[in-house]
Design a protein around this ligand. Sequence first.
Ligand code: MG
Length: 255
Amino acid sequence: MIELRTSAEIDEMRAAGSFVASTVSALAAASRVGVNLLALDAMAADLIRRAGATSSYVDYHPSFGAMPFGKVLCTSVNDAALHGLPFDYALRDGDVLSLDFAASVNGWVADSAMTVIVGAARPEDRKLIDTTERALAAGIAASTVGARVGDVSAAIGAVCTAAGYSVNTDFGGHGVGRTMHGDPHIPNDGRPGRGLPLRPGLVFAIEPWLMETTDRIFTDPDGWTLRSLDGSRAAHSEHTIAITEDGPLVLTARD
Ligand code: MG
């Protein structure tokens, strides 16, 4: 079901957006060589507690998950693309780490992701991350009243394919509100002029993710982490936005 939010409700959602944004920024800054993924998850849990927020992940148990997620943060390292379940692993020089975080404040959810390079960067990793960030910016720019979901998807996909990557459309953006995942689905590629028209009050996450040399994934034995089929590295960028008459409002904008 498509739900439209009033401008007062969108104002209420700003608290969740800014909390998620500041948490992602803090986690990115803390992601240094030697830091354990479990320590990052614990840091996120502490920030949730101190803010009086609620994790969207800890009890999350969709049909594709083997068991409740049990952590408050997704940490996807190197060939892990999405839904990385934090485990006992100390970050190494050159690792590519995607941080994906969602929480609710005052009953409203926000969802955001960014990918960082730990220590020394490889140029091909930098390009992969830059492409997801440019695709996200293009998707946001296309999210105007009167455009359609297909226009957003096409804008994202065009950036990815122009950079030489192939796009997996199984997992993508989604409506965000009282819960983390709702309608509409926002695929990371599509046809302009198709799909749901965007109206003021529509709130959704846009989340381009790419793997360097494949668009195919498999599920890790942990039951959650999705890895590239060929072992190539992945990147992921995500913001939660609201459609307004004045243009897209990025609720999870980082300083
Ligand atoms: Mg997310």
